[in-house]
Write a protein that binds this ligand. Structure first.
Ligand code: COA
Length: 267
């Protein structure tokens, strides 16, 4: 879908590092980058899942997997060092590792809130902070994966709302701080994307899925390639003047306001 608008080998010679790359949107981005000629490192917590994902990627090109928990700075730092030794300087960093479970704030323990804040906000900071040392400067680009919850207050999502707002603010601050080094940094804010862990958690039944679709102006779930198209554009030179942007790719979902979002999610 829409592959034809990008020239073959668009990312030839580039190296990409994708956190949370074993599944979902992030694996879709990793696959797209491999097919576009990049050498891709994916990172994840679950070694078995990581190995399976890497095998799939290697069918299309060059890829490796490095286990690390983005909440643990030392393990993230080590993963970047290993990636650098294997493939050289990193051109594209995708910070995609995220956590979510739907729960009202009063059914959420302090540790549950912290788990999501730590994976999303601290994890994004850790990957950016540790990754910066290994980015090819100037010319490198960072893509943080956010969500509409960053700007739409959503019941059952207190942790994600706070966390993704933090991620988007990190995007903007780092765009200011790193612009002079020639590093661009943007967020992608995906709407409901089919066949992902996030949607399986938020809309687990066929009925809830249909409910979500009914609220979407474009009347369909997004696909992983909708997001990887945007990631490929942002990673390419065609986006060379875009930094500090929150790029919304959600079928118009966020236009409908958080009331609709909550209704669809059963909040
Ligand atoms: N409702 C309420 N609390 C929940 C919960 C739920 N559905 N799921 C987990 N928690 C709580 C746990 O009870 C625990 O709190 P406690 O120690 O006070 O009991 C806390 O969250 C941490 O859970 P744990 O399973 O130990 O953390 P983890 O680091 O292994 O997992 C999560 C992190 C909780 C975010 C988990 O949902 C996850 O790993 N998600 C990754 C995949 C994902 O969500 N992908 C979609 C991204 S959009």
């Amino acid at each position: 879908m829409a592959d034809g608008i990008f020239k073959d080998g668009l990312l030839a010679g580039k190296v990409a590092f994708v956190t949370g790359g074993s599944s979902g949107i992030n694996l879709g981005i990793a696959e797209r980058f491999v097919k576009a000629g990049a050498k891709v490192v994916i990172n994840g917590r679950n070694v078995e899942k990581l190995e399976g994902a890497v095998k799939g990627l290697q069918a299309h090109g060059t890829a490796m997997g490095l286990p690390a928990d983005v909440r643990d700075y030392a393990s993230v730092e080590k993963a970047f060092q290993t990636a650098h030794e294997a493939y050289g300087e990193i051109d594209i960093l995708v910070c995609g590792a995220a956590g979510n479970f739907p729960a009202p704030a009063l059914a959420m323990s302090s540790n549950g809130f912290k788990a999501v804040m730590d994976i999303d906000v601290l994890g994004t900071f850790n990957a950016c902070r540790a990754g910066f040392e290994h980015l090819r400067k100037p010319g490198a680009t960072v893509i943080n994966i956010s969500a509409p919850q960053a700007y739409l207050p959503t019941a059952m999502q207190a942790h994600v709302c706070a966390a993704k707002a933090g991620v988007d603010m990190l995007t903007r601050v780092l765009a200011i701080e790193w612009g002079s080094a020639g590093v661009r940094i943007n967020s992608i804010s995906p709407g409901p994307i089919d066949d992902t862990e996030g949607m399986r958690r938020l809309a687990p039944t066929p009925e809830s899925r249909e409910k979500v679709i009914g609220t979407l102006p474009l009347q369909r779930m997004g696909s992983k390639s909708d997001i990887s198209n945007l990631a490929l554009f942002l990673a390419s030179d065609a986006a060379s003047y875009i930094t500090g942007s929150i790029m919304v790719c959600d079928g118009g979902w966020s236009l409908m306001g958080s009331g609709v979002l909550m209704q669809a999610l059963g909040g």
